[in-house]
Design a protein around this ligand. Structure first.
Ligand SMILES: Cc1ncc(COP(=O)(O)O)c(C=O)c1O
Length: 358
């Protein structure tokens, strides 16, 4: 795995924050330099084409018009902006899978919404046939799913969910924080949001929200004289922003598009399969099976995953996540060690992890 001129770790932590490519880092550095040389607002104006290109590329990935994307600070900020502007009201019923990201549950509950657990199969994927049958009785305001779950290798059937819910007038919101740059996004969702820093390998501090045009009229957004003619989704952005981060993200997205979303998805599926295969026989650990590039290892000999994560980093230069139950409090998974390698992961890296865990 690229170790950025010798000082880097074996990076198995893309689900937290992926490793930026040198070209992304250089684009950020060059923009910061231009801000100092020419003034921050002038540098932003001069970067106009690149920023427009970023919006166009993201809109294409999310399947919305260019004005349907708001650049915000994070996935969390994006969901909050969506909840506030939709707006979600106390008593609204949000269908969720038990594997739902914990902070999202907290955001829905803080808005007074009721999180309604949907029926799932043995892996935890929403049972879309059962949902079709139950849809009327569940009286859902909307369905919200994480296309890819954070804490284990679980992929939700977003296209099937859209097919089941949309004809019944139930909008589908998608948390694509672990999906964007990892898997192709499904068309037809009412809203989706994600972050730059994970599988796209963009910088921290940039997130995005996309809303399908048929829902723009319902968004409660304050008009701003400073931005006459701006559409409702764009008005969800805050005035100040990390422009250098957006410039870096523009480069990361272009790299992703050049690599090909389908090719990246199958490559990451292979990386995930190889990870699970290589770690299957490591004593004291049980691999949580699934699909995609995120792998959870369950300790079976009483290890503290936070201690193990720290020792892997300090003694072996291997970066992983200690995944604690707050990530998905309704999913029956205890603390795990999470590995989330990207396409640059090598078989030697996996052998090194297996040896370190042994
Ligand atoms: C599934 C999921 N949703 C939402 C988020 C929150 O994104 P952010 O940290 O950008 O607010 C994360 C972050 O790890 C996540 O894994």
């Amino acid at each position: 795995m690229t170790d950025l001129a010798g000082g880097g770790v074996v990076h198995l932590d893309s689900a937290a924050a992926g490793r930026m490519a040198p070209g992304t880092i250089e684009a950020i550095r060059a923009h910061l330099h231009r801000e100092a040389l020419r003034g921050a607002y002038v540098a932003e104006e001069e970067a106009g084409e690149g920023l427009t290109g970023l919006r166009r590329d993201l809109a294409g990935l999310f399947g919305v018009p260019d004005d349907g994307v708001a650049l915000v600070e994070s996935g969390t900020t994006a969901l909050q902006a969506l909840i506030d502007s939709w707006p979600l009201r106390p008593g609204d019923r949000v269908g969720i899978a038990p594997s739902e990201w914990g902070p999202n549950l907290e955001a829905f509950e803080a808005a007074g919404a009721v999180c309604v657990p949907l029926a799932v199969d043995a892996d935890g994927a929403v049972d879309t046939e059962a949902l079709r049958v139950d849809l009327e009785g569940l009286a859902l305001t909307l369905v919200h799913v994480d296309q890819v779950t954070s804490h284990r290798s679980l992929v939700q059937p977003v296209a099937e969910l859209v097919a089941a819910c949309t004809p019944a007038g139930v909008p589908v919101w998608v948390d694509a924080a672990q999906a964007l740059g990892h898997r192709e996004l499904s068309a037809g969702v009412a809203a989706a949001y994600a972050t730059s820093r994970k599988w796209l390998r963009g910088p921290r501090g940039v997130g995005m929200l996309a809303v399908a045009s048929e829902h723009w009229d319902r968004l409660r957004v304050r008009p701003q004289r400073k931005h006459p003619g701006a559409g409702p989704v764009r008005l969800l952005e805050s005035g100040e922003s990390n422009v250098a981060g957006r410039i870096g993200l523009a480069v990361a997205v272009r790299d992703y598009l050049a690599a090909g979303p389908r090719e990246v998805e199958s490559g990451l599926d292979l990386v995930g399969d190889l990870t699970r295969e290589h770690l299957a026989d490591v004593p004291g650990w049980s691999v949580v099976l699934g699909r995609g590039a995120i792998t959870a290892l369950r300790p079976t000999a009483g290890q503290d995953v936070s201690d193990v994560r720290q020792r892997l980093l300090d003694q072996h230069g291997i970066l992983t996540t200690a995944s604690l139950p707050w990530r998905a409090p309704r999913d029956p998974v205890e603390p795990t060690l999470r590995l989330s390698p990207h396409l640059d992961c090598t078989l030697e890296d996996l052998a090194r992890v297996a040896a370190a865990l042994r």
